[in-house]
Design a binder for this molecule. Structure first.
Ligand code: BYC
Length: 330
């Protein structure tokens, strides 16, 4: 009990308050916090930040792959890719709904994204130059997402944890479809193999950096882990990703673009080089290769979809009015 109050983060309330004690006890005993439960302001703020950023990432994440729907190499690949991109839209919607339970409207969150105030995952600010990039995103980016998100199915906030269950199931299919594309290319002609290697060369480090800054520079690891929002630190998840992915690359006969990569027999883990953290922070600051394009595309989609929102609202109002009229008449 009260362990959450040790080194209480900003916004944590009076140690003596019974609500705080109940909250701390639930966190200590890994009982989920639900939308109507009392929670410290800082816990609410952190969750809202993380879940809304996560939702934006799913939505912006549709763009790099969506770019290849019309150019997929077969009808089957096109159908699969359309379904995958559509799944990402669904993930965004579950996550916006989970974030709304914390008291902020979807309109406010979308406005934060479109105005450039909100963050979304750094990974989606890199271009998809070839079909092999689509496979590599599924293999590496969805693979990284699974490693990051499976622990989130056990996080302390119920609506977020539950949303993650379905997301993770779908991400597993996504990862396999990506691996299948890369495998097909890796087993294909020398040109196809070169294409797969080139995509791996360009996506490896951005995927390694997806897990966030090193623990030594992570602002939120401490509080988020204490509150069981994050169950593992950025570096712990990054290590799991490298350990899991290197043997997959070996099975494909592809080379991870890291001259420092070695296997440490003593620890059973791979030792890997240092990512270019300057590049990471530049991308997060909005200066990556595609940041401006991504926001421009989202703004255009929002503007072009205005009539759909208006029509859906008019339909909902009409349906509600008919229902009320029918109730009054009955
Ligand atoms: N990109 O204190 P830290 C997907 C920011 S969707 C940009 O360690 P935290 C998929 C961080 O926000 C993938 N910014 O933060 C979709 C913070 O800045 P603020 C998205 C990043 O939150 C479609 C600052 O750096 N997944 O997989 O404790 C197709 C300091 O960082 C990034 C999620 O969102 C980044 N990579 O930990 C295919 C998962 N990393 O907010 C696939 C849920 C850090 O103070 N999120 N920053 O201004 C998380 O697990 C955590 O938020 C993170 C970061 C591990 C990402």
């Amino acid at each position: 009990m009260y362990t959450q109050l040790v080194d209480a983060p900003e916004g944590a309330s009076d140690a003596a308050s019974p609500e705080q004690a109940t909250f701390d006890d639930k966190i200590d005993r890994s009982i989920t916090i639900e939308a109507n439960d009392w929670m410290p302001d800082a816990y609410r703020k952190t969750l809202l930040r993380q879940i809304s950023q996560h939702a934006h990432s799913e939505i912006v994440g549709m763009l790099p792959e969506g770019n290849w729907i019309s150019r997929a190499p077969s009808l089957e690949r096109k159908l699969i890719l359309m379904a995958k991109v559509q799944d990402e839209a669904g993930h965004g919607l579950y996550l916006y709904s989970a974030a709304e339970t914390l008291g902020t409207s979807r309109d406010e969150m979308v406005d934060a994204l479109l105005s450039g105030r909100a963050k979304y995952s750094s990974i989606f600010n890199y271009p998809t130059l070839a079909w092999a990039d689509v496979g590599t995103i599924g293999w590496l980016v969805d693979g990284a997402a699974i490693i990051n998100q499976i622990p989130l199915t056990r996080c302390s906030y119920g609506p977020y944890a539950r949303a993650m269950v379905r997301v993770c199931k779908e991400e597993s299919f996504h990862q396999r479809q990506g691996f299948d594309i890369v495998k097909t290319l890796a087993e294909g002609s020398p040109e196809q193999r070169a294409m797969a290697q080139d995509a791996l060369n360009r996506w490896w480090w951005p995927a390694v950096m997806m897990f966030g800054p090193p623990d030594s520079q992570s602002q939120h690891n401490g509080t988020s882990m204490r509150w069981k929002i994050k169950l593992f630190s950025n570096d712990e998840l990054r290590q799991k990703f490298v350990d899991q992915t290197v043997p997959q690359a070996e099975a494909l006969g592809l080379t991870i673009p890291d001259p420092d990569l070695t296997f440490d027999e003593a620890t059973g883990h791979y030792v890997f080089g240092t990512p270019d953290w300057n590049e990471f922070f530049e991308v997060v600051r909005g200066n990556g290769p595609c940041n401006r394009d991504r926001l421009r595309a989202r703004r255009a989609a929002h503007d072009n979809g205005a009539w759909v929102r208006e029509a859906a609202l008019a339909h909902a109002e009409k349906t509600a009015a008919r229902k009320t009229a029918a109730t009054v008449a009955a």
